[in-house]
Write a protein that binds this ligand. Structure first.
Ligand SMILES: [Zn+2]
Length: 427
């Protein structure tokens, strides 16, 4: 590296790193230059939550397994006075599903005295916390979607669900009036396509779609939803998983609040590393879900790694247009993250999806492997420890691999706009 390069590198760092909190009164969180916080986890376009009310018989036995197939987590709004299957709910909670409140006896809250509402809201929560000790009950769904006394609700819950049929904004004005969309025979959402259309609507508005389901198939619950339709819909969401973040009602609430309260402060550590602190003013015993952030990679860094308290944090490289980012998750208030310059090749978030049409194969290959695409592109083959093995510039077609010894490699292909990484194996 010559002196000029070194200088320009330092200037780049300083420009990106000097950061001052202008006003502690500001309501907007302070974000160091170069950083972006994902609207939704992993920079997905929209969020989806699936909520199930009234502990109907087939929710745990039929519906939840459909979600477990994709590792999607749901919310089970439990009426504690209606003999819940605590063993099943506890197993679901340990598996990451949310066990939330739907009161003790399912009354319309606004028909009760404040004291009566308090009993319903407090006792359902404490009953859930007693039976599900591994998690905290933090959200509620109002019976019949009728709001009660806000002051009382706020004493116990961080959010509450109604069912006005709207897609929720990515920054809701009122966490105690979060809309949901009812499904099943008594609603407009019956088929997989109906579900898919609402998901697409959420994608269009970059919002949050909350479904509210009661009965499953013939389990006797209100407005039954056919499990076959739900299954087919989930397959669609999985196919389009680049667009959709699926998580519990409670986790999405936490994500939004953390994202909007997060401040990112960066300091230069050495020329090859940066320190960043992610902090918020929220209660860490509640607001503990990871928020996805990305930082543009300094120009002189081929790559980077992230660590927290000397442990590696998983990260990935993402390329948007001509900008290269390192993307990672952070739970606020956990200490200083260290971003370190690295020559290792990291698998990208960018899948083949948005790339100019391209085919790579066969993979694994025994003799040679072929890349077919449109236009001029550069290719780089790295060993797993980051050594550049071969590279070059080609148009439309490339056949290579004859010189490689057996083993696994990283293949990078890029043109002026796009960047793609994959592993290739010479068998
Ligand atoms: Zn209900």
């Amino acid at each position: 590296m010559n002196i000029n390069n070194l200088k320009s590198t330092c200037i780049t760092f300083l420009a990106g790193c000097v950061f001052t909190v202008i006003s502690s009164m500001s309501v907007r969180a302070q974000i160091a230059p170069g950083y972006e916080i994902a609207k939704w986890h992993q920079f997905k376009t929209a969020a989806i939550s699936y909520t199930f009310d009234d502990n109907t018989a087939k929710q745990l036995t039929v519906a939840v397994p459909l979600f477990d197939k994709y590792n999607y987590k749901v919310t089970l709004n439990t009426v504690t006075g209606w003999s819940p299957n605590w063993t099943g709910l506890k197993a679901a909670s340990i598996n990451g599903h949310e066990i939330a409140s739907h009161t003790v006896t399912h009354p319309a809250l606004n028909t009760l005295s404040i004291a009566g509402q308090e009993t319903e809201l407090q006792q359902s929560q404490s009953m859930i916390n007693t039976n599900i000790p591994n998690a905290k009950c933090l959200t509620t769904a109002y019976p019949n979607c009728i709001l009660g006394d806000l002051t009382t609700i706020k004493k116990y819950y961080m959010a509450g669900r109604i069912c006005s049929g709207a897609i929720v904004s990515s920054s809701p004005a009122d966490f105690y009036n979060i809309s949901s969309i009812m499904t099943g025979t008594q609603s407009a959402i019956k088929t997989a396509q109906d579900f898919n259309n609402k998901a697409i609507l959420a994608k269009t508005s970059k919002g949050w779609c909350v479904f509210l389901t009661h009965g499953i198939d013939n389990d006797g619950g209100y407005s039954p939803t056919q499990s076959s339709e739900l299954s087919s819909h989930l397959s669609y969401i999985d196919t389009n998983s680049e667009d959709y973040w699926v998580d519990t009602f409670g986790n999405v609430v936490k994500y939004i609040k953390e994202r909007n309260a997060l401040s990112l402060t960066e300091t230069l550590y050495t020329t090859d590393s940066l320190l960043v602190v992610a902090a918020d003013n929220l209660d860490n015993t509640i607001y503990n879900v990871p928020v996805t952030i990305r930082r543009s990679l300094p120009a002189s860094w081929p790559n980077a790694s992230v660590s927290l308290n000397n442990k590696i944090v998983s990260s990935a490289i993402s390329v948007v247009g001509t900008k290269k980012y390192i993307v990672f998750d952070v739970v606020p208030d956990q200490g200083e993250l260290v971003l370190t310059k690295s020559n290792e090749v990291v698998l990208g978030y960018n899948a083949l999806k948005d790339f100019t049409p391209m085919h790579i194969g066969p993979n694994p290959f025994s003799e040679e492997i072929k890349v077919e695409t449109n236009g001029v592109f550069r290719y780089y083959v790295h060993s797993l420890d980051g050594r550049l093995i071969e590279n070059g510039t080609f148009t439309n077609t490339l056949v290579f691999g004859g010189c490689l010894i057996h083993g696994m490699y990283f293949l990078n292909i890029q043109n002026d706009k796009e960047f793609y990484q994959t592993k290739i194996i010479k068998s």
